[in-house]
Ligand binder design. Structure first.
Ligand code: C2E
Ligand code: CA
Ligand code: CA
Length: 679
């Protein structure tokens, strides 16, 4: 048996190996790391290659460039290309289609889907090569693609005064129908659609079948098209197929400018249909300037992104986060901004979704994490308060096998403990592929990163799923805050969520706080932190640094003020956790003026005190050599428990550089080698 040859073009070695493993039983596989390598393999093997599997985002030469070059080279132009995409979204699919791709598969790869897709496309190409030699499509009796083009051009030429439209359709889930209900059911469906087209055209134009489930007609313009009309067509088709529901997307291109090649008119109608893929309730789209501009703009963004990163057009803004209890600056969220030399500042709401689809987000996020850690380092060096900053982790990042390594290397590079980075993971990612996400997030959390669930309340997750998730902080979505704070106090679900969060030992950040009323309400229900325009908008890093500096100054003043009115307040507690009774006594004597002192002789007792006194504890003198659990475990718990984050921990042990380093790494504020003098 002679194996057919498939060319896999993909820069990520793991993905490449995975595809190779999936395909190797049935195909001969060639591998290329980028577009350039792929082109030279094409030249070498051109006639032998039956199909190409292509990644879009690659170094040296990306997928789009590769597609453009190969599709304009007659020798290779007809080789089908399956593009591998990060998501099942339509944007990069539309862009890839515009560049001549045949089909898409989404990452992560599912072996059965890939094998099926590959087989059916190779098969289609072979039959299409035959069909196109005939005038009619054997299955439906409509014109074949090439013949449809020819007849349509003739028709347009013979009727220069008439107005025409190109209308086409694409079945969204045709592959599924074929897979689940079998080829005969699929064929019946296609014949039904062909009959519908014939009736629609009714002698006032021509119909053809292009690919498996793509139909096109050229039709005299008779009426305005409505969603209703196409919806009825879908209902009719679903009824005749016996296969529950069939989802069709229709595209319309009005033939106004006749200088456009007819093939391109058809492509545009198909692009219009593709542009509403996955959009519920949308049955048709017209190719108009708006769609054209949108596609062009997306293309321009994609074309410019790599250079923009190299040239430093992406900058980080920080939006302060405040502790509601005392309005102290408690941290920030890093938000990316694109300062484009021609277009000015671009909204991430536009380019981030695009980057999530074309995979560039992984690179951009890594840049954000790196810059954020660099900023934290420089503040530490300047002696500013050691706050934590939240960064966004997009779902594509989570599928990256190197995520944990990359994050660890980044914090290590800047000598930071992982707890200085809070990772914001959006709620919808959590619900999408729970197992993979949870596995990754658990490992990140074990490494010491603090995990925040972003956009909580934006819709998807059920509350009871929360306690199965590795989580430290809930970040309430701004729409949720805005609608809930507008309701009367008692019925709010906000209060309920706060209770739940307390029970699960999560702290809660409210996002998008815009008014003093909202702030007051959040304070009432005991929310911990707030972020929003009411307090501060996202700002450049140096401006944020100013805030941090002011905060450091005012903090000292506040402490002085506090000292002068100390009588009214319960005194702060100093916890001495040490196995040596004499030592405890010495420390107690030294500090009894400033603090109320409590003692613990082992790890368990120390944890008990921490749980009992929580926020009243100001500092812990912690022996690392405690027994059951040891000082390191206690330190770790201090890092974890949000209620006690602000406790100052001084680790003690007989002088030992290794222990000192480890304790500081784990978040101890200082280390005192024993024996030491009490000062
Ligand atoms: P997000 O993570 O939910 O970020 C919060 C967004 O709300 C930010 O918009 C912020 O400027 C905005 N915001 C903050 N306070 C208020 C307020 O009081 N009122 C209103 N109306 N808006 C407020 P931004 O910066 O435009 O970012 C939009 C989204 O883009 C982010 O939503 C996030 O999903 C994404 N994004 C931004 N930067 C990054 C990044 O570095 N990496 C990734 N993966 N995504 C990012
Ligand atoms: Ca966020
Ligand atoms: Ca958010």
């Amino acid at each position: 048996m002679i194996y057919k040859t498939i060319l896999v073009v993909e820069d990520n070695e793991i993905n490449r190996t995975m595809l190779n493993t999936i395909l190797a039983d049935q195909y001969q596989v060639l591998e290329a790391e980028n577009g350039e390598e792929a082109l030279s393999l094409l030249e070498q093997y051109k006639d032998e290659i039956s199909l190409i599997l292509l990644d879009l985002v690659m170094p040296v030469m990306d997928g789009y460039t590769f597609l453009s070059i190969m599709k304009s080279t007659p020798d290779y132009a007809t080789i089908p290309v399956i593009v591998t995409t990060q998501n099942d979204g339509e944007t990069d699919e539309v862009a890839a289609l515009a560049h001549g791709a045949t089909d898409f598969v989404a990452k992560p790869y599912k072996p059965q889907v890939i094998l099926h897709r590959v087989a059916s496309i190779i098969n289609l190409r072979e039959t299409a090569a035959m069909v196109n030699q005939f005038q009619y499509d054997r299955l439906t009796g409509l014109y074949s693609k090439e013949f449809f083009y020819r007849k349509a051009k003739d028709l347009l030429a013979q009727n220069p005064q008439k107005r025409y439209d190109v209308i086409c359709s694409d079945i969204e889930n045709f592959k599924l129908i074929n897979d689940v209900f079998g080829i005969p059911a699929g064929d019946r469906l296609l014949c039904g659609i062909a009959r519908l087209y014939t009736r629609l055209v009714n002698g006032r134009g021509l119909c053809g079948r292009f690919n498996a489930d793509q139909f096109v007609c050229l039709l005299e313009h008779g009426w305005e098209y409505s969603n209703e009309m196409f919806r009825n067509a879908e209902i009719e088709i679903s009824a005749m197929s016996n296969t529950r529901s069939v989802s069709l997307k229709w595209g319309v291109f009005a033939v106004v400018d006749r200088t456009i090649p007819f093939e391109q008119m058809c492509d545009r109608a198909l692009l219009a249909a593709r542009s509403i893929k996955g959009q519920y309730g949308k049955y048709f789209a017209t190719y108009d300037d708006k769609l054209r501009n949108k596609l062009l703009r997306e293309q321009a963004i994609t074309d410019g992104m790599e250079a923009a990163l190299k040239e430093g057009q992406f900058v980080i803004y920080l939006q302060p986060k405040y502790r509601i209890q005392d309005y102290r600056l408690a941290g920030a969220e890093a938000l990316i901004r694109w300062n484009h030399p021609e277009w000015g500042f671009q909204s991430p709401a536009e380019f981030i979704p695009l980057f999530e689809k074309n995979g560039f987000i992984t690179k951009l996020d890594q840049f954000v994490w790196d810059r954020t850690c660099a900023a934290l380092r420089s503040w530490d060096d300047k002696g500013l308060p050691a706050i934590a900053v939240s960064v966004n982790v997009s779902r594509a990042d989570i599928y990256n096998a190197n995520l944990a390594d990359f994050l660890m290397n980044t914090v290590n590079k800047y000598g930071l403990s992982p707890s200085r980075l809070h990772l914001e993971i959006t709620e919808s990612a959590y619900t999408e592929d729970p197992n993979q996400i949870i596995e990754t997030v658990v490992s990140l959390r074990n490494l010491g990163f603090i995990i925040e669930m972003d956009d909580f309340g934006s819709g998807y997750s059920s509350l009871n799923m929360l306690n199965q998730r590795p989580l430290d902080i809930l970040k309430l979505d701004m729409k949720f805050i805005q609608s809930e704070t507008a309701k009367p106090n008692k019925q709010g679900i906000l209060r309920f969520i706060m209770g739940l969060a307390r029970w699960m030992k999560l702290s809660v950040v409210a996002e998008g706080v815009e008014t003093p009323e909202q702030m007051e309400r959040l304070r009432e229900i005991g929310c911990d932190y707030a972020q929003g325009y009411y307090m501060a908008r996202p700002m450049p890093c140096d401006q944020f640094e100013e805030l941090l500096r002011e905060q450091a100054g005012s903090g000292e003043q506040a402490e002085e003020a506090e000292e002068s009115q100390q009588e009214d307040r319960p005194r702060q507690i100093l916890l001495i956790a040490d196995e040596d009774e004499t030592y405890r006594g010495q420390v107690r004597e030294t500090f009894k003026e400033q603090f109320e002192v409590v003692e613990a002789a082992d790890g368990e007792a120390a944890l008990g005190c921490i749980a009992d006194y929580e926020s009243r504890i100001g500092a812990v003198v912690l022996s690392l050599t405690l027994s059951g659990p040891d000082g390191f475990s206690v330190l770790e718990i201090l890092q974890r428990e949000k209620a006690v984050w602000n406790i100052c921990a001084i680790a003690t042990a007989s002088a030992d550089a290794g222990m000192e380093e480890r304790a500081l790494e784990m978040g101890a504020d200082d280390f005192a080698g024993k024996p030491h003098t009490m000062k």
